[in-house]
Design a protein around this ligand. Structure first.
Ligand code: SME
Length: 146
């Protein structure tokens, strides 16, 4: 995963637009990590999360209020939220029946939450401490694109 972080840093330093770079990061993570089936960024606007660049099937959840679903809960808690089995989570916004688990990592800038990285998996309990550490590092790098 150290190699992948270098690839993320390289993408972030390209001269292309911020959205293109965020989109490239989504594609990289989805292609390289088998248990990442949907990878997307949400952008904080007021007390809502608005869908930004993503890689995977389109989702109806393009706007999510703070507190709503796994994404909205992570935004309120301001910390990484891992749900290893979404069928056990009552405050959950379903995108597809194929999704079995989810990890959401907040993105901070100057101490304030500015966005989130959201990953859905079709595998049950796939997220290890390595995923959390890796994705929090990805979000520190991606913070410069917000
Ligand atoms: N499942 C999320 C909604 C967003 S999708 O996973 C892309 C949630 O419960 O917040």
């Amino acid at each position: 995963m150290e190699n992948l972080l270098d690839r993320v840093r390289e993408i972030a330093s390209r001269p292309s637009s911020k959205n293109e770079k965020l989109s490239e990061i989504c594609t990289l993570l989805r292609c390289k990590i088998p248990h990442y089936d949907w990878v997307g960024f949400y952008i904080v606007k007021g007390n809502e999360l608005v869908l930004g660049p993503f890689d995977g099937e389109p989702t109806e959840h393009v706007k999510i209020h703070f507190g709503e679903g796994i994404c909205g809960q992570a935004a309120e808690r301001k910390e990484t939220f891992i749900v290893q089995d979404v069928s056990k989570e009552t405050n959950y916004l379903s995108c597809s029946l194929k999704v079995k688990s989810e990890i959401v990592v907040p993105i901070f800038k100057d101490g304030k939450i500015v966005g989130e990285l959201d990953i859905d998996s079709h595998t049950l309990s796939p997220f290890k401490s390595e995923d959390k550490e890796f994705l929090e590092n990805v979000c520190s790098i991606a913070s410069s694109l917000f």
